[in-house]
Design a protein around this ligand. Structure first.
Ligand code: PAF
Length: 293
């Protein structure tokens, strides 16, 4: 596996492979890789001739209250996972290489980014949209894979790729979960033992909401109330939002439709966790967007 640290060498590698007719798969990450990333890497490996994983803790997507310097950076372990999974290139640019002096351009996707994570984390999605656009320009992949756990991020990437004609196919893969339902995330390591014990309440609440819908309930206010009560069994979890939304616009719904998604975010101590579940309508028919595989 090659480690590439400059945009110029990365682009040259991709251009050569493209000239040779190879398809390039890409999994952008901020490192601290877990089995959720592994499943994206495996899916990309099966679909493409060559595979690039980027490891870049992007400073511009951290909110003013979040500390980019304490984000976990287990680089040797991350590289070992990439090697095990047959990754061809680990692209590990420095912040200086990505944002040299004089850097000015930003990418915004205002409507998709407005609510939920966008409200809770100012600047976050401008940072994500900008770095993803840059990474696509450098790596020039045919296919890029994202995890469904970051549902709003995936919606934003699909929107920006469409709007800017970036020519990259986007695939969103299902969330990988711990045995007790907790969505895998690089932030889970920050949970204390007590916090870890109650963390699965978020996925339990979303499952409860989904079950209510599958049983024919379409009163969104009642579904949100029951989901909230499920979580508030534990007084030390603070609910930031629990919502039934449209899968594409992420606007809240007042009545459940076949294109709904349940979104949730909670805070346990200093750790923020997010999760989501796609809705299956009664009769088992879920009109899930084809991007979600
Ligand atoms: O999901 C992440 O890890 C990051 O937001 C991404 C897409 C790599 C951009 O920095």
């Amino acid at each position: 596996m090659k480690i590439i640290r400059t945009a110029r060498s990365m682009a040259a590698w991709s251009e050569r492979l493209r000239r040779e007719g190879a398809t390039i798969g890409f999994v952008p990450t901020m490192g601290a890789l877990h089995d959720g990333h592994r499943s994206l890497i495996r899916a990309a490996r099966l679909r493409c001739d060559a595979l690039v994983v980027s490891i870049f803790v992007n400073p511009t997507q951290f909110s003013p209250t979040e500390n980019v310097t304490t984000y976990p950076r287990p680089i040797p372990r991350d590289r070992a996972l990439c090697r095990e999974e047959g990754v061809d290139v680990c692209f590990e640019p420095t912040a200086q290489a990505m944002y040299p002096g004089g850097f000015q351009t930003i990418v915004t996707v205002p409507a998709v980014a407005r609510r939920w994570e966008g409200e809770a984390r100012p600047h976050h999605f401008v940072g994500v949209a900008t770095v993803v656009t840059k990474l696509f320009g450098i790596v020039q992949p045919h296919l890029a894979l994202f995890g469904q756990k970051d549902f709003q991020q995936a919606a934003l990437v699909r929107q920006l790729v469409n709007d800017l004609n970036l020519g990259v196919a986007i695939q969103v893969r299902p969330t990988v979960r711990e045995r007790d339902g907790l969505a895998m995330s690089s932030r889970n390591i920050y949970l204390s033992a007590d916090e870890r014990r109650i963390a699965p309440l978020l996925s339990q609440a979303l499952r409860t909401g989904r079950r209510m819908i599958e049983d024919g309930m379409n009163d969104v206010a009642a579904i949100e109330r029951i989901m909230r009560q499920t979580i508030e069994q534990a007084p030390t979890i603070y609910v930031e939002y629990l919502a039934v939304c449209d899968q594409d616009s992420l606007e809240p719904l007042s009545v459940v439709t076949a294109r709904a998604v349940l979104l949730g975010a909670v805070r346990i101590g200093s750790v923020r966790l997010i999760d989501n579940l796609l809705v299956k309508m009664p009769g088992g028919k879920s009109r899930v967007s084809p991007h979600y595989s």
